[in-house]
Design a protein. Structure first.
Lengths: 117, 112
């Protein structure tokens, strides 16, 4: 149980375009989802927290108009990187937390590698 | 502000040896502490989760300890194998609704 998937696993896009990354909880309802970014040889940094049906809460320094997060259902959250630039190239990882037995830890997806050319 | 430090940053040991990875955190008011494994270019695999009221957790050849008062945790790996080669991340949560703070990880290489 507690499986989280991400799609796509990797994506290459041109500078100035937008790209959407999906995060799905496959076998539990995710009341809260988290989006992290990881640069090479660096640790994970939280970008934003989203609760189902509510606006996301962004960490300091993260541009909410650039990184659009939607958590419209209990099993799906999306991160859209708008007007992507090469400096947005990174590894994006989502995690999810549910209710009941799924409340006590975050369950992580496999990550999405974004390369902006 | 919670800070998580992992020492060493990298470690190479011969196969079969027992080893210890260290994690320290600055604020002892944590809710839980978790150890993850990350293979190159991959996501995170949760290894062990220790609640603040617990002292240790064990899973197979892995044992994680937690000393909240001193702000330290260790991950003990027994009889290391080449397949254990990966980056090991320590992460602490302040409370159930707060974010997880990650350390930078220890890159472990087990020599065959």
């Amino acid at each position: 149980g507690a499986v989280v998937s991400q799609h796509p696993s990797w994506v290459i896009c041109k500078s100035g375009t937008s790209v959407k990354i999906e995060c799905r909880s496959l076998d539990f309802q995710a009341t809260t989802m988290f989006w992290y970014r990881q640069f090479p040889k660096q640790s994970l940094m939280l970008m934003a927290t989203s609760n189902e049906g509510s606006k996301a809460t962004y960490e300091q320094g993260v541009e909410k108009d650039k990184f659009l997060i939607n958590h419209a259902s209990l099993t799906l959250s999306t991160l859209t990187v708008t007007s992507a630039h090469p400096e947005d190239s990174s590894f994006y990882i989502c995690s999810a937390r549910g209710a009941g037995a799924y409340y006590y830890e975050q369950y992580f997806g496999p990550g999405t590698r974004l390369t902006v050319t | 502000k919670q800070e998580v430090t992992q020492i060493p940053a990298a470690l190479s040991v011969p196969e079969g040896e027992n080893l210890v990875l260290n994690c320290s955190f600055t604020d002892s008011a944590i809710y839980n502490l978790q150890w993850f494994r990350q293979d190159p270019g991959k996501g995170l695999t949760s290894l062990l989760l220790i609640q603040s009221s617990q002292r240790e957790q064990t899973s197979g050849r892995l044992n994680a300890s937690l000393d909240k008062s001193s702000g330290r945790s260790t991950l003990y790996i027994a009889a290391s194998q080449p397949g254990d080669s990966a980056t090991y991340l320590c992460a602490v949560g302040r409370n159930r609704d707060d974010k997880i703070i990650f350390g930078k990880g220890t890159r472990l290489h087990i020599l065959p």
